[in-house]
Design a protein around this ligand. Structure first.
Ligand code: MEV
Length: 325
């Protein structure tokens, strides 16, 4: 049972370190990215996860308290399949530190849990950074990404690696599985409304569903993945040229392809239509689908009306983010 009062007492003058990592959304290319096509993801700095470490009592060992997950983990006792413990252990080992230091690690997140905004990856990225900070090091983003990926494999089975990459780099990334990511700055900022459908949909399930359907008809699925890959190339061109309004129709075409591969739902389609009707330039589901989030490209002035229309259409949470500001 989750109770912070069970924690061992702190020493009198603890050294305290804090680190953070952002949420994320996939801009274009989800699912096809699992099959080697490119994708673009962007951080959502309006919502972050934070990790704080302070020394605990001598002999207390390492406690990780993840408040939003309502979890408290004693590192020495956590099972190998615990993703957060796995990432902590791998980070300690990489730094040549003892496996169970007398630390109290607190994790907090503004990123809604299990909503496709990368809360698990962001918490683990903040954890990795805080462990480094505790011993006076700053890890490079590639190190953070590799360590967080270990946890993603437990959460998601066969992740492409895009989620850990974008939260670790904290910048827009162009990503192809198995290659070094390329971070970039859009030539002009653009605004997104992110809306949560309120339907929990674990990514590993939607990814497994696509895999099963593709096994039955690989050629058709590969054609759809190729078409998504071409849209991602087009998205990169328009973002780099500062022609962000052209992203709207790209979102719409990407959503249509995601419908074809079977990861949209009538509710997501309804919300996408509501965003477009309220003045969005384009909208699509974002992430695994089957529920979770959608993103709508908006003019700054229409962000609030589109957000209000999405709430009226049933979204349980709406946020506005500017990419490249
Ligand atoms: C999840 O954010 C994105 C997916 O493409 C899965 C992955 O890339 O691992 C659905």
């Amino acid at each position: 049972m989750y109770q912070t009062s069970f924690l061992p007492p702190l020493r009198d003058h603890p050294k305290l370190v804090t680190a953070s990592a952002p949420g994320k959304v996939i801009l274009v290319g989800e699912h096809a990215v699992v099959y080697g096509r490119p994708a673009i993801a962007v951080p959502v700095w309006e919502r972050v996860a934070r990790a704080t470490i302070q020394p605990g009592a001598a002999g207390s060992g390492c406690w990780i308290v993840a408040h939003d997950l309502r979890r408290r983990i004693h590192l020495a006792d956590a099972p190998p399949e615990d993703a957060m413990a796995l990432v902590a252990r791998a980070t300690l080992a990489e730094l040549g530190l003892p496996p169970n230091p007398d630390w109290q690690i607190e994790l907090n997140s503004e990123i809604p849990i299990a909503s496709g905004l990368g809360s698990g990856a962001a918490l683990n990225a903040a954890l990795v950074r805080a462990i480094h900070a505790q011993v006076g090091c700053t890890p490079d983003p590639a190190q953070v990404s590799d360590l967080v990926y270990l946890g993603e494999q437990l959460y998601h089975g066969t992740p492409s690696g895009i989620d850990n990459t974008v939260v670790a780099y904290g910048q827009p990334v162009w990503f192809i599985k198995g290659t070094a990511p390329r971070v970039f700055t859009p030539a002009k900022p653009f605004t997104l409304v992110i809306a949560d459908s309120g339907v929990a949909s674990p990514t590993h399930e939607t990814v497994a569903g696509v895999r099963r359907r593709r096994e039955r008809d690989p050629q058709r699925y590969d054609r759809w993945f190729d078409a998504i890959g071409e849209l991602v190339e087009e998205a990169r061109r328009v973002i780099e040229a500062g022609e962000c309004e052209a992203l709207g129709p790209i979102f719409d075409r990407n959503h249509a392809l995601l419908q074809q591969i079977g990861v949209s739902t009538p509710q997501l389609d309804h919300l996408v239509t509501a965003a477009r009707d309220a003045g969005a330039r384009g909208a699509k589901l974002s992430g695994g689908g089957g529920g979770g989030n959608l993103i709508a490209l908006v003019e700054r002035a229409s962000a609030q009306p589109v957000a209000a229309a999405l709430e009226a259409a049933g979204a349980i949470r709406v946020m506005i983010t500017t990419v490249g500001a």
